[in-house]
Design a protein around this ligand. Structure first.
Ligand code: T46
Length: 145
């Protein structure tokens, strides 16, 4: 379920069953904008560490902070938005061609990421200037169609 939208993203809330614990689940396409091909998690981040600083050409992801808190900056080449992610059942949608930067991890933070594709290094744009050139080119191609 989409619970909040912004210019660059949306928050997706997963079903959360409360009994003696919280049980949060996803059934892929039923709850997410894509079928899941890959799941990974990140933990034991060193103090002050930074993650991301790239965009994906095709891969889409939903990022959950299942423990702790992070700051996430999204950038589509024209706009930048900043989010604090801390709700274990609320993921943020990370679309293709969105530059993303993650920082300010609190100790013990664990990120869980659901992705639409397998890991492919050639899907990454790791250079910000190259990213800007690519988004501007895609924008020009779209307006010329
Ligand atoms: C994002 C954040 C939360 C693999 O071999 N398989 C994988 O599935 C992944 C994700 C990474 N790797 C290798 C590739 C690199 O040698 O692990 C190394 C670090 O990967 P990456 O630069 O992707 O790590 P992060 O934490 O900077 O970024 C990743 C996602 O790429 C990113 O989109 O949102 O996790």
């Amino acid at each position: 379920m989409i619970i909040k939208k912004s210019k660059l993203s949306k928050f997706i809330k997963l079903p959360n069953i409360f009994d003696e614990a919280n049980l949060v689940f996803t059934e892929g396409k039923r709850h997410l904008p894509f079928s899941i091909k890959r799941v990974y998690y990140i933990l034991n981040m060193k103090k002050g560490s930074l993650r991301g600083f790239h965009a994906h050409k095709k891969c889409q992801q939903v990022i959950f902070c299942i423990q702790g808190r992070i700051k996430l900056v999204l950038d589509n080449g024209s706009n930048r938005e900043e989010f604090i992610i801390k709700q274990p059942d609320q993921g943020i949608f990370l679309d293709k061609m969105i530059w993303h930067e993650m920082s300010d991890f609190v100790k013990g933070t664990i990120l869980l990421v659901l992705a639409s594709d397998y890991y492919k290094e050639k899907d990454y744009i790791r250079d910000y200037q190259k990213f800007l050139r690519q988004v501007r080119k895609e924008l020009r191609d779209d307006t010329n169609e």
